[in-house]
Design a protein around this ligand. Structure first.
Ligand SMILES: *[C@@H]1O[C@H](CO)[C@@H](O)[C@H](O)[C@H]1NC(C)=O
Ligand SMILES: *[C@@H]1O[C@H](CO)[C@@H](O)[C@H](O)[C@H]1NC(C)=O
Ligand SMILES: *[C@@H]1O[C@H](CO)[C@@H](O)[C@H](O)[C@H]1NC(C)=O
Ligand SMILES: *[C@@H]1O[C@H](CO)[C@@H](O)[C@H](O)[C@H]1NC(C)=O
Ligand SMILES: *[C@@H]1O[C@H](CO)[C@@H](O)[C@H](O)[C@H]1NC(C)=O
Length: 341
């Protein structure tokens, strides 16, 4: 009788050990700190650790263009242990995900372990920031450049709230950015196409949002974007000119040399769609900004063309290349999108 009791106690003990083990496996980050369940992640859970890579789509579009898909996939590849969060205005929480047969890029990105496609709800995003009063007073459908202006605002608010790295959807990541707090230079100005700040909320970004509202003018192109950054950084830091290829530093922020993200400058953007011999190594760059805004003529990537951009896709976003890039007959539709300049 006593033996039987001991035996059943042992069995119970073993069972509960197994159960506890399962539980710890599920809840701790034994192998990776990525959130275990992809589906019901709110922004807080995903972005809370401040290590996310953030992309934005401020139009209603839910099927990303090949370039957007490449940007997101390449970031997921370069930062496999970090969540890559793609905020889309066209998604909302009650909506079912689009079926994957008709949305190949959407399903390609959803299938990547560390990519999360979540709704962009500007009203709640801007709450508790200087942008809130501006946003509630504005009539979005009457604003000039609204897709870009709302993207400029959203990126400031997201990185202020959660920390992390913001990237435009026409930036192809090629190697990790070794800095946590950085701002890139583009010629003599500062761009807002890529930037990173760790949490907690930095006063610099708060002041950027205040300045955004104070000087808001959607008729001036870039006034809320690169111009805002250049205005603000001049107030905070006396920066000298870059010497050769080295970066600058001021107040714990690294100001990255134009080579890091803009090795091909915007007047030269067509070079990405040309055949090079030999190809540039981009050894001094972390990511490449493809200047999609300049691409009004809708140049795309053609399989077998051996252009620089085709080879970049093949190497840095192989799934996008495999699934979305056609040969010369089936030209991919014009690569447009927003959140990228
Ligand atoms: C979510 O999307 C559906 C379908 O597009 C729409 O009917 C609904 O009003 C949206 N809900 C919100 C809260 O935006
Ligand atoms: C499409 O969806 C099905 C079922 O939802 C899934 O098994 C399949 O892997 C998906 N395909 C792609 C390319 O994501
Ligand atoms: C917003 O702007 C649009 C386009 O100019 C106009 O039709 C609409 O009436 C405006 N809405 C409000 C609430 O003012
Ligand atoms: C710079 O960073 C260090 C260490 O993270 C911190 O102690 C210091 O306060 C920071 N300085 C400024 C001006 O933010
Ligand atoms: C770029 O880096 C690779 C690997 O570090 C090296 O093999 C190559 O020679 C470098 N190219 C140039 C042009 O510096």
């Amino acid at each position: 009788m006593l033996k039987e009791l001991q035996l059943s106690l042992l069995v119970i003990l073993l069972l509960s050990c197994g159960f506890l083990y399962q539980l710890t496996l599920k809840s701790s980050c034994l192998f990776s700190c990525l959130p275990p369940h992809k589906s019901q992640q709110g922004p807080e859970a995903l972005l809370g650790k401040g290590r996310s890579i953030v992309f934005l789509e401020t139009s209603e579009r839910t099927e990303p263009s090949p370039l957007v898909s490449c940007a997101v996939e390449s970031a997921a590849k370069v930062y496999p242990e970090q969540p890559v969060v793609f905020f889309m205005k066209g998604l909302n929480s009650s909506m079912q995900l689009p079926p994957n047969s008709t949305y190949p890029a959407f399903s390609l990105l959803s299938a990547i372990d560390n990519v999360f496609l979540i709704p962009l709800d500007m009203k709640s995003l801007f709450e508790d920031t200087p942008l809130s009063s501006w946003y509630t007073q504005i009539n979005a459908s009457a604003e000039r450049n609204w897709l870009h202006v709302s993207s400029d605002a959203s990126r400031l608010a997201i990185i202020w709230k959660y920390g992390g790295v913001y990237m435009d959807t026409d930036v192809i990541s090629i190697r990790p950015i070794p800095e946590e707090t950085f701002w890139p230079a583009q010629a003599s100005r500062y761009s807002n196409g890529v930037f990173g700040f760790p949490p907690p909320a930095t006063p610099f970004l708060w002041q950027c949002m205040e300045n955004f509202v104070e000087h808001y003018n959607s008729y001036i192109w870039g006034n809320q974007g690169p111009d805002l950054m250049t205005r603000m950084l001049r107030v905070w830091c006396k920066l000298e000119d870059f010497q050769e290829l080295s970066d600058l530093r001021c107040l714990n922020v690294s100001f990255l040399h134009p080579q890091r993200f803009y090795p091909i400058s915007y007047p030269e953007w067509r070079r990405y769609y040309e055949v090079w011999s030999p190809e540039p190594s981009f050894n001094d760059s972390y990511a490449l900004h493809l200047w999609n805004y300049m691409n009004q003529e809708g140049k795309g990537v053609v399989r077998g063309s051996n252009t620089l951009v085709e080879n970049l896709y093949r190497k840095h976003c192989p799934r996008t290349y495999r699934d979305l890039i056609r040969g010369p007959e089936g030209l991919v539709a014009g690569e447009s999108g927003t959140g990228n300049k």
